[in-house]
Design a protein around this ligand. Structure first.
Ligand SMILES: Nc1ncnc2c1ncn2[C@@H]1O[C@H](COP(=O)(O)OP(=O)(O)O)[C@@H](O)[C@H]1O
Ligand SMILES: [Mg+2]
Length: 354
């Protein structure tokens, strides 16, 4: 039995099915990141767990007990939203202490708990201020402190960083990661940012149109995506997707502008439409023993500091290659396609073949 068990969860709003039978399992102390494009049902799922929007079918169990009959206040869950409503007339300390006050915790104990969480989040110097006197990042930290102070059995975060600027996002992200490691809290965290997902999660669940596409460890999602949607959604720049046709021998693949050996032990049906997926790092200047060497026209150069991404012309499409920033880039670039790192999809169903 997993600590959190979400089973065949459905939610229909106005005749429209938003969640279509979602299954999720999470162990105690796990950090599950739910990712997916805008409108796929992430917030709907979180709200169902918190008890703010009841599901139309299915079950949600925490520690073996269904919580569906429980009022939100009785579920022992804390939620942090994208827009964090702090009480403007209360001090930061008052805001953080508020959930404890509601729970009937005596004042002396409240003071001890607030001081402890403020220390963890490094906001001790802000305790006497009011929300209006804080920056966005500071306010978000106060909102987190308010959620953390209760030590609930489950935390829900709904895109908590999306209102912060890029630098602050990275800082608060690191802080959330540290907090998880220090407290061992169980967390379900929603984001549409796949870098946030890769860096924070012990488990990633990819949702599309209310259907779970894949659940797994970050490396599993990145290296062995279940289908073309997951492959394309996770990773930036995106995975190169090269459509082709299986050759007459069943072991080669005719791509536009190249012929490659199929990166599979099995023989496929000749003529089958398949798509070869190659991450940018599998298209590089490094010699790949199980690879194909190509020399391609350079049409785009994108330096990122540590690396340079090149857009190379292959047939009708541009493929992204990743080279060290020190690489000397000319009008043409010799690259290796490392087929040992390739994944193959059925072009019609989008499912991974190998
Ligand atoms: N109260 C509501 N009434 C009607 N449609 C809703 C309501 N809440 C959400 N939806 C619809 O449900 C879908 C999923 O929404 P949401 O869970 O907010 O997506 P996400 O958080 O992944 O961006 C969207 O198409 C949205 O328009
Ligand atoms: Mg949302």
């Amino acid at each position: 039995m997993a600590f959190i068990e979400i089973e065949r969860l459905e939610r229909t709003i106005g005749g429209l099915q938003i969640l279509k039978g979602v299954d999720i399992r999470l162990e105690k102390g796990g950090f599950l990141v739910l990712v997916g494009p805008s409108g796929c049902g992430k917030s709907t799922l979180l709200n169902a767990i918190a008890g703010l929007q009841p599901p139309t079918a299915g079950d949600i169990r925490i520690d073996g007990q269904s919580v569906l009959g429980l009022h939100p206040s009785k579920r022992d869950i804390a939620m942090v939203f994208q827009s964090y409503a702090l009480y403007p007339n209360m001090t930061v300390a008052g805001n953080i202490a508020f959930p404890l006050e509601m729970a009937g915790v005596p004042a002396a104990q409240r003071a001890v708990d607030v001081a402890a969480v403020a220390k963890t989040l490094q906001i001790e110097h802000l305790l006497d201020r009011r929300p209006g006197q804080l920056s966005g990042g500071q306010r978000q930290r106060v909102a987190m402190a308010r959620a953390l102070v209760r030590k609930p059995r489950l935390f829900l975060f709904d895109e908590p960083l999306s209102n912060l600027d890029a630098k602050l996002r990275v800082e608060v992200r690191a802080e959330i990661r540290r907090l998880h490691q220090a407290t061992g809290a169980t967390i379900i965290y929603v984001t549409h940012d796949q870098i946030e997902a890769m860096t924070l999660a012990t488990q990633i669940v990819v949702l599309k149109d209310g259907v779970v596409q894949q659940a797994g460890a970050p490396a599993e999602i990145y290296n062995a995506p279940a289908n073309m949607f997951v492959a394309d959604f996770m990773g930036a720049p995106a995975m190169n997707m090269l459509p082709g046709t299986v050759g007459l021998d069943g072991q080669t693949l005719q791509l536009e502008g190249a012929e490659v050996a199929l990166p599979l032990a099995v023989t496929l049906e000749p003529g089958r439409a398949v798509t070869l997926g190659l991450r940018p790092e599998a298209v590089s200047a490094e010699r790949a023993p199980e690879g194909v060497a190509l020399e391609l026209p350079v049409e785009m150069v994108e330096p990122t500091g540590s690396d340079v991404f090149l857009g190379l012309r292959l047939g009708a499409r541009l493929i992204t290659a990743r080279l060290p920033a020190t690489a000397e880039v000319g009008a043409r670039q010799a690259v290796w396609l490392d087929l040992s790192r390739a994944v193959l999809f059925d072009s019609r169903s989008g499912a991974r073949i190998g």
